[in-house]
Design a protein around this ligand. Structure first.
Ligand code: BJ8
Length: 431
């Protein structure tokens, strides 16, 4: 356990240059620092390799922002996103940077509720509120936001968001027939044209091939980490696993890959030496469902606070982001874009119908992770994940997998009730 107070570093001049609400943002910085200290640095026996990720949090509002601004000064595009359907390779191939925007905090929700309806997804409200309140340096630094037509809350919010920051919308079809896949490929090509316009350069085959390799390597490192978490006893906490998956959305990909691989080397040593972070007999839980954007650590805090450990996230901030690779054998621009689209279509978001692949995938990940039960988590008002819950529950009943469903938002109002339910579930599956 560390005794050094943790601080998220302040950069008031940098924030002012980005037209942020500096006094308000500084308060949020202090609160996030305290939450991080309490949630993360109170853990015992963390791997030494987590120091890099702690530093990424300490520099979240400064160091990484400076890197984005330096890229912009060189004319490289910086693009914000809320969805793993963004073809990141195209952004990288143009020398650009892709960043996941803030959307996991209750703090910005009241800002959004002054404009948007209250009964929509907290992730959409939180993200929109960050822009309205000028309290996210990433939002302030981007050239444009990538939006997609995955769910109604998002696609209608893009129209309003576009009045505050340029928002490019890519159509994601919601079936996977050939004509839908043809549309998807055409959308990927249009996105490439848009990125090239902003970058002021044409993407070559060599650029794209290199970017595909960079992203595949990043996904392989995350796959490696995930399979190490599946070891029993697991060498790293679920909170740390989730944190790394969250940082994956804003760190520089080559550096991130190197650090994840270094951490994996350390975890392999731990496994050899029988070192485990949670108690060796900790109850193992897998989480499935909607993404948990930074700093949404609510479910992990409750589960691990009760002495269990989370060993897998079937989520876009989790396996949906890294389970599939792009075929690297293609060499022409057209064939590379087809290979790229083929990979993205494997992401089994609940916006698709039918979405049988996800049901099979959830069961597969449960078996692979050697978990003892599944907590299926949906953000409030997310209709697609909330309704798909029925099929996940039925599959778990069929497979005799202990199962629990949680629908929640970012507020602390339901913490007590969730704690009671989670403890009862853990008692039931812990044997
Ligand atoms: S690919 S899961 S990142 S859309 S939780 S905003 S769906 S109402 S985040 Fe997602 Fe892309 Fe799908 Fe993944 Fe809407 Fe649901 Fe909110 Fe959601």
């Amino acid at each position: 356990m560390t005794t050094t107070p943790f601080e998220i570093k302040p950069y008031p001049e940098l924030w002012a240059s980005l037209d942020m609400d500096v006094p308000r943002f500084d308060k949020a910085r202090l609160m996030l620092g305290e939450a991080y200290q309490k949630t993360y640095l109170s853990q015992t026996n963390r791997p030494a390799g987590m120091a890099y990720f702690d530093n990424m949090i300490a520099e979240i509002h400064g160091g990484r922002i400076k890197e984005l601004l330096a890229a912009k000064a060189e004319g490289r595009p910086v693009i914000g996103t809320f969805c793993v359907y963004i073809p990141e390779e195209i952004v990288l191939a143009a020398g650009g940077i892709c960043v996941g925007l803030c959307g996991g905090s209750q703090g910005s929700v009241p800002d959004a509720e002054k404009i948007l309806p209250r009964n929509i997804c907290p992730m959409v409200k939180s993200a929109f509120g960050f822009k309205v309140g000028r309290i996210c340096p990433y939002f302030q630094a981007v050239d444009f936001v990538y939006g997609e037509t995955t769910c109604d809350a998002k696609k209608k919010t893009w129209e309003i968001l576009d009045t505050l920051v340029p928002t490019y919308v890519m159509e994601i079809p919601q079936l996977k027939r050939q004509r839908d896949l043809d549309l998807w490929l055409a959308e990927v090509k249009d996105f490439k044209t848009k990125v090239e316009e902003v970058a002021g350069r044409t993407i070559t085959e060599t650029d794209l091939a290199k970017a595909i390799t960079v992203m595949n390597n990043k996904r392989k490192a995350l796959q490696r980490l995930n399979s190490l978490r599946h070891h029993n006893p697991t060498p790293i906490s679920g909170k740390d696993g989730l944190l790394i998956e969250q940082i994956a959305f804003y760190d520089e990909p080559v550096r991130f890959t190197e650090k994840v691989n270094a951490l994996c080397d350390e975890l392999e040593e731990r496994i050899k030496n029988g070192v485990a972070v949670p108690a060796k007999n900790a109850t193992r839980v897998m989480v499935a469902g909607t993404p948990m954007a930074l700093p949404n650590w609510k479910i992990h805090n409750l589960v691990e606070g009760a002495g269990a450990v989370i060993v897998n996230e079937e989520s876009c901030i989790g396996t949906r982001y890294f389970k599939d690779l792009i075929d690297e054998t293609a060499t022409t621009m057209d064939s590379m874009l087809v290979a790229l689209t083929d990979r993205y279509k494997e992401i089994d978001c609940s916006c698709f119908t039918p979405n049988d692949e996800r049901i099979t995938q959830v069961i597969k990940e449960f078996r692979d992770s050697k978990a003892q039960g599944i907590i299926n988590y949906s953000l409030q008002f997310c209709h697609t994940y909330n309704i798909e819950e029925i099929r996940i529950r039925q599959a778990c009943e069929r497979e005799k997998i202990p199962y629990m469903f949680i629908e929640s938002d970012y507020s602390a109002e339901d913490i007590g009730q969730l704690q009671t339910r989670i403890e009862a579930f853990l008692e039931q599956i812990g044997g």
